[in-house]
Ligand binder design. Structure first.
Ligand SMILES: *Cc1c(COP(=O)(O)O)cnc(C)c1O
Length: 406
């Protein structure tokens, strides 16, 4: 197959001048917006309240009900949600929080915002979920809590992590930016951790443009988060108007991390469609798994059978010992075919900021570092057509034909 002169242009890799599988690039993720969403936002534009209005709590209440949470507080994005959640959980100067190395930087940055220190833990090589064994090893007298990331959309190993947390008196924060709509041993994500945070960035399961949410079974945590997002003030303007009072008190140093009514209207409208979208993601994932079951080059991450997967990402690990080319070349080859694959994530502590400020470097979490060299996220989003899914599979098979040793 390597003798390109004997092949038609369809059979040559686009990277080598052949015809690409697709003419228009397929992104790895994208939002779905319909006429109902647009109408919902326009209705708010014509109403009295663009922010701090009644749609905010309506969205929060519906969201809480849908994920089985006691309550929910909306914020301007999930990074603000993490900032507020760690604050409400009590992270202060000198505290350590255990964080998986394989995550988006915001999970650990928000520990730093609160003056705490993120301590990076390794992940399981087959799921890339936080490894409870490494969590145990990294607990010190300063450890206050454990941040678990439901990587790609699969909930973490909560049974083991809960046992460790209980033994050491630690809280659990669940970064569910990838796992809205998933469940663990029958319990919905958002219903069981001390604090769960969600993201409504357009690439996530549902969107409000930018947006985030905190859920918690603890009323005092929800109150603290609500104050933190509103300058540390105990009531908002509309509540004061309803009560006929101008008086308010600032009890804590807070921020303006509010989500607007415009955004909450979009969120409410999107929320209704969420279950169907998760199902669609799961169907696409099942098609990928079937197509890749005999692949020599691309191995999907494994899924535990006591949880459901919400598939924010579909991640494959490249079997580099069977590959004739590097991950970088395979990445480029797939992009040239019109399939916009991505890499999630570089281990957080390898970012220059972490290396410089926290004096961290290579060798800290070997499994995360090894995984980083061989992972690719392939496109998955609810509005993908059957032909889009087929294009992805065809491109993976084409690249495998050229770049596999066996
Ligand atoms: C997207 C994401 C965030 C941050 O979300 P924003 O809403 O963009 O601030 C945090 N953690 C993880 C794991 C994410 O994927």
């Amino acid at each position: 197959m390597k003798n390109a002169t004997a092949l038609s242009l369809e059979e040559v890799l686009a990277l080598d001048g052949g015809t690409p599988i697709r003419n228009s690039a397929l992104p790895y993720g994208r939002q779905s917006i319909d006429a109902n969403d647009i109408e919902a936002v326009v209705r708010v534009l014509q109403s009295d309240y663009l922010t701090c209005g009644p749609i905010v709590s309506l969205f929060e209440n519906n969201f809480a009900a849908q994920v089985g949470a006691k309550g929910a507080v909306s914020l301007s994005n999930a990074t603000a949600a993490l900032h507020a959640a760690y604050h409400a959980l009590g992270v202060r100067e000198g505290d350590e929080v255990l964080v998986p190395a394989m995550t988006f930087a915001a999970t650990s940055n928000a520990v730093l915002y609160n003056g705490g220190t993120p301590v990076f833990c390794d992940v399981d090589p087959n799921t890339l979920l936080l490894d409870p064994k490494d969590v145990k090893k990294k607990i010190t007298k300063k450890t206050k809590g454990i941040a678990v990331v439901d990587y790609a959309g699969q909930p973490g190993d909560y049974e083991s992590i809960r046992a460790i947390a209980k033994e050491h008196g630690l809280w659990i924060l669940e970064d569910a930016a990838h796992s809205l709509g998933a469940s663990y041993q029958g319990a919905k994500v958002g219903s069981f951790a001390d604090c769960t945070i969600f993201s409504f960035h357009p690439v996530k399961h549902m969107t409000t443009g930018e947006g985030g949410m905190v859920t918690s079974p603890h009323a005092e945590i929800l109150t603290k988060v609500a104050q933190f997002r509103n300058h540390g003030i105990t009531s908002n303007h509309r509540e004061r108007e309803i009560q006929g009072t101008w008086a308010y008190e600032m009890h804590d140093l807070g921020y303006n991390y509010r989500l607007t009514d415009l955004q909450c209207a979009l969120g409410l409208s999107q929320l209704k469609k969420l279950p169907g979208w998760i199902e669609k993601r799961q169907k696409i994932a099942a098609t990928y798994r079937e197509a890749l079951k005999d692949s020599k080059l691309f191995h999907p991450l494994s899924v535990q059978n006591d949880r459901t997967h919400a598939y924010h990402l579909f991640v494959v690990q490249i079997d580099l010992k069977n590959a004739t080319e590097s991950r970088a070349k395979i990445y480029q080859a797939l992009r040239a075919e019109g399939i916009n694959v991505n890499v999630h994530y570089i281990p957080v502590y390898l970012h220059p900021y972490y290396q410089k400020t926290l004096k961290m470097g290579k060798g800290l979490c070997p499994n995360a570092e090894t995984a980083y060299e061989k992972i690719l996220s392939i496109p998955i989003f609810p509005s993908m057509k059957k032909e889009d899914v087929e294009d992805v599979i065809e491109a993976l098979q084409k690249v495998e034909r050229f770049y596999s040793k066996i």
